[in-house]
Design a protein around this ligand. Structure first.
Ligand SMILES: *Cc1c(COP(=O)(O)O)cnc(C)c1O
Length: 359
């Protein structure tokens, strides 16, 4: 830290992304990326000709991408906001709608770690709400119309989803607050709340290309909501970084929509692999949460959470381990291909056997 940083940021604890080590080749099951490449139309669209246009700024309105998304989701262009990853949209949400006074925010105590970072970055008054013992969200905890609400659905790192009816209850109970539903993982088996945005002016649904659309490296996220909320986000965007999506990503985003079926099929495969792996893990003595996402959240009495994480890493498999007390016995395992899952299961069984035989 230099002596020049603003005082208010001196104590700020930044978000820690999942590790991306380069010391060897790992089976990466730690950051919930897709194991599948982008679709053919995306690969074709990023041509030398398009790369040669990088001397030109991208279209700041992003209207062609917005129209493609609007078509897919059955909304209008004015209901779509696009940005450089959905983290960027979360950032804008906290900037636009939350403060330390009349606009506090609440979110689950176990959830995506970035919510707290943004709240602290902007000095927002926030409250974390504990989950039930089974890690489910009690929707009544979010009634009250006393704070904006941020919920990942499915939640991370548990994978547990709320129904659309649950989201509607929460939204209806907060008519004077903004309710943000982060649907980063919705395509793997949960119910999207996008349709509710037509009925409620206070609901913002945030989505990403990073997980179900195999484009984590392109950085593309979008939000769907009432035109008023979208206009507010546009104002923030034009006040920070009008060219927030680069030319190649914009193109890739449009092309991916054309190959929607490819992504839908990939999500189906991931969901099948999730169910398969969960069943096998349970046979090995693990407890798993009922995940609807592209990851599994698992713990076992047979081995400490951190120990398993470290031993898997030593054998070339990366999973995500969190140190917070309530979840430190768990690991979050991204669902990959069937081959990757079989390897994970084999290595895990080996680790458990070795541990128990050495006693
Ligand atoms: C991965 C993730 C995001 C961020 O996605 P990007 O679009 O890559 O910025 C947002 N929310 C949750 C819950 C996530 O897991």
């Amino acid at each position: 830290m230099s002596r020049f940083i603003n005082k208010k940021f001196q104590e700020l604890e930044a978000y820690t992304p999942g590790e991306q080590p380069t010391d060897m080749k790992y089976i990466k099951l730690n950051t919930n990326e897709s194991p599948f490449p982008p679709s053919q139309s995306v690969l074709k669209a990023i041509s030398a000709e398009e790369v040669s246009k990088l001397n030109l700024y991208p279209d700041p309105t992003g209207n062609s991408l917005k129209d493609a998304l609007a078509g897919l989701y059955g909304v209008e262009r004015k209901n779509v906001f696009i940005s450089n990853g959905s983290d960027d949209i979360l950032n804008f949400f906290f900037m636009a709608f939350c403060n330390d006074d009349e606009h506090p925010v609440k979110f689950p105590s176990i959830s995506y770690g970035f919510y707290k970072v943004y709240a602290e970055l902007y000095g927002v008054k926030y409250k974390t709400v504990d989950l039930a013992n089974d890690f489910s969200i009690n929707i009544e905890d979010y009634f009250g119309n006393d704070a904006n609400v941020v919920i990942a659905n499915p939640n991370a790192p548990t994978g547990i989803a709320l129904s659309r009816a649950d989201v509607e209850e929460i939204d209806k109970a907060n008519p004077d607050r903004v309710v943000l539903i982060d649907e980063a993982y919705v395509d793997f088996g949960a119910e999207s709340s996008v349709a509710l945005t037509k009925k409620y002016d206070n609901l913002l649904v945030v989505c990403t290309y990073s997980k179900s659309r195999s484009m984590a490296g392109a950085r593309l996220g979008f939000a769907i909501g009432n035109e008023g909320l979208i206009a507010d986000l546009e104002k923030i965007k034009y006040s920070t970084n009008p060219y927030n999506i680069n030319r190649l990503t914009m193109l890739a985003g449009i092309e991916a929509i054309k190959d929607n079926e490819y992504y839908v099929n990939n999500c189906k495969t991931v969901a099948e692999n999730r169910e398969y792996t969960q069943k096998k893990l349970v046979e090995l003595g693990f407890e798993v949460t009922p995940s609807k996402a592209n990851f599994i959240f698992a713990k076992s009495e047979r081995i400490d959470g951190e120990e398993l994480y470290l031993k898997l890493k030593a054998r070339g498999i990366l999973v995500r381990h969190f140190t917070a007390n309530a979840i430190c016995q768990y690991n979050r395992i991204t669902v990959g291909t069937r081959e990757q899952m079989d390897k994970l299961l084999d290595v895990t069984a080996d680790i458990l056997n070795e541990k128990e035989n050495s006693k």
